[in-house]
Design a protein around this ligand. Structure first.
Ligand SMILES: *Cc1c(COP(=O)(O)O)cnc(C)c1O
Length: 392
C-alpha cells in the first residue's frame, strides 16, 4: 500500500506549521464578528491579556496580523535606523536571514556566525561587543529551526543589556515549547507566533516590546506607519477604547484565543515537559538506530524539533518521499545550507507527545531500510520507549 501525494497524510510531524489542536480548529469556526463591534473589541483585549500572561510580560504584547515573518521584518523596519550598528548573531539560516533585513535599514552590520550545527557562545558575543563598542542593536534567533539547535538567549540577553544595546529575538519556534519569555532574556522586541508550539494555524505574530523599544521606534522618523509593516500603529490596539488601524484577522484571533487557553490551562511547565520528553525519546531512538543527530551536542538540541543527520549515500528528499508514501508521515527538510543534510522531525504543540517519537522512528527506520541503509529500527523503537518509560 502507498499513500498518494495528493491524499491527506496520516501524521504531520513537521517543524511548523503544525497540525492545530482540535479545540483550536473548533475555535476557528466561531462567528466572525465585525471589528468595530464592542463585543469584538472586548474579546481582542482579553486575547491580548492572555498572550501577556503566557509571555509573562509586564507590558501589553502586540498582535500583528500576518505570520511571524511579518513581525521580524517589522521589527527591523521599525527599530533599526541608519545611525545604528547592528550585531547579527547567526547559528543557522534564520539567524543569518535577519541580517539581510537589518542591512536594509542600516548599512552598519557586523556578524558573529557559528557553524550551523553549533550554538552561539555568550563569551564570543561579549568579545564581539568589546571589539565593536559602536553596536546599538543585537539580533538573535533562539531556536534556529533548520538546524534544530538552541542558542543561550537568556545569557546573551544579559550581556547585551550590560552593553546597553537593544535586543531583537526570534523565538518563533521555541516559545510555548520550552521555558522562554521576553523578559527572561531582556528582549526589546521578542517575536513569536501561534503556528509552532502553540498549535494554531499560521497567520499572526505575537510581539513583546519593551518600553525603551517603543521610545526608540517613536523617535525613528522612518519607522513604518499606515503600513502593513507598522508596529507603532498597533500600540494601543489592545485597548477596547482604541480603533484598529485596519481589520484584524478575526478568525485567527479566535484560534489564538483557544490556543492560549489550552497552553495556560494545561500549565506551561507541563507543556514544556512533554516537548522535552518527546525530544529525548527521539534522540535516544535516533542514536540506537545507528544514526546521529545534527546538533553538535545533546545540550544544544532543540526540545521542539529533532534534526537527524542524513547518512552518506542517502538522498534526503527521497527519504522524506518514501516516509510519506509508505506510512503517510510528513517530516520537514533542512533549509538553505542544511537542505539535504538533515531531516527534521517536529514535536510542537499537539505533536509534542512522546508516542509520536516512536511512530516517527519506525517510519524513518523503515524508509531508510527501503533505500538501502541498514537502520536498526527495532533498537530505535525500543530505546525511545525506554526513554518514555523512564519518565513514567
Ligand atoms: C517558522 C519560523 C519563522 C516564521 O517563518 P516561516 O519561514 O514563514 O515559517 C521565523 N523564525 C523561525 C525561527 C521559525 O522557525
Amino acid at each position: 500500500m502507498r499513500y498518494a501525494d495528493d491524499a491527506q497524510p496520516v501524521l504531520t510531524l513537521t517543524s511548523g506549521p503544525v497540525n492545530a489542536y482540535p479545540d483550536v480548529l473548533r475555535g476557528l469556526g466561531r462567528t466572525v464578528l465585525y471589528d468595530y463591534d464592542p463585543a469584538f473589541q472586548a474579546f481582542y483585549e482579553k486575547v491580548v491579556e492572555k498572550a501577556q500572561k503566557a509571555m509573562r510580560l509586564s507590558t501589553k504584547p502586540v498582535i500583528l496580523h500576518g505570520e511571524p515573518v511579518l513581525g521580524l521584518e517589522a521589527a527591523a523596519a521599525s527599530l533599526i535606523t541608519p545611525d545604528d550598528t547592528v550585531l547579527n548573531l547567526a547559528s543557522g539560516v534564520y539567524g543569518k536571514g535577519f541580517g539581510y533585513w537589518a542591512k536594509r535599514y542600516s548599512p552598519n552590520l557586523v556578524e558573529l556566525v557559528t557553524a550551523y550545527n553549533e550554538a552561539l557562545d555568550p563569551q564570543a558575543v561579549r568579545e564581539m561587543l568589546v571589539k565593536h563598542p559602536e553596536v546599538t542593536v543585537v539580533s538573535v534567533c533562539h531556536h534556529d529551526t533548520p538546524s534544530g539547535t538552541i542558542n543561550p538567549i537568556d545569557e546573551i540577553g544579559k550581556i547585551v543589556a550590560e552593553h546597553g544595546g537593544y535586543l531583537i529575538v526570534d523565538a518563533v519556534s521555541s516559545f510555548g515549547g520550552m521555558k522562554t519569555h521576553p523578559e527572561d532574556c531582556s528582549a526589546d522586541i521578542y517575536i513569536t507566533g501561534p503556528n509552532k508550539c502553540l498549535g494554531a494555524p499560521p497567520g499572526l505574530t505575537m510581539a513583546g516590546i519593551s518600553d525603551r523599544a517603543w521610545a526608540k521606534m517613536k523617535a525613528n522618523p522612518a519607522a513604518p506607519r499606515a503600513s502593513m509593516l507598522s508596529i507603532l500603529d498597533w500600540e494601543k490596539a489592545w485597548s477596547r477604547s482604541e480603533p484598529f488601524p485596519f481589520t484584524p484577522s478575526v478568525a485567527e484571533m479566535n484560534g489564538l484565543d483557544v490556543a492560549l487557553d489550552l497552553y495556560l490551562g494545561e500549565g506551561p511547565e507541563n507543556v514544556w515537559a512533554r516537548h522535552a520528553l518527546t525530544a529525548k525519546a527521539m534522540r535516544a531512538g535516533v542514536r540506537a538506530m545507528g544514526l546521529d543527530i545534527w546538533p553538535a551536542r545533546e545540550a544544544i538540541a532543540s526540545p521542539t524539533t529533532t534534526a537527524v543527520r542524513i547518512p552518506e549515500g542517502i538522498d534526503e528528499a527521497k527519504l522524506r518521499k518514501e516516509v510519506r508514501a509508505r506510512y503517510g508521515v510528513v517530516f520537514s527538510s533542512g533549509r538553505g545550507e542544511t537542505l539535504g543534510k538533515l531531516t527534521r522531525i517536529g514535536h510542537m504543540g499537539p505533536t509534542a507527545q512522546p508516542i509520536y517519537a516512536v511512530a516517527a522512528l519506525a517510519a524513518l527506520g523503515g524508509a531508510l531500510n527501503a533505500l538501502g541503509f541498514e537502520a536498526d529500527t527495532a533498537a530505535g523503537v525500543a530505546a525511545s520507549v525506554a526513554a518514555i518509560d523512564a519518565d513514567a
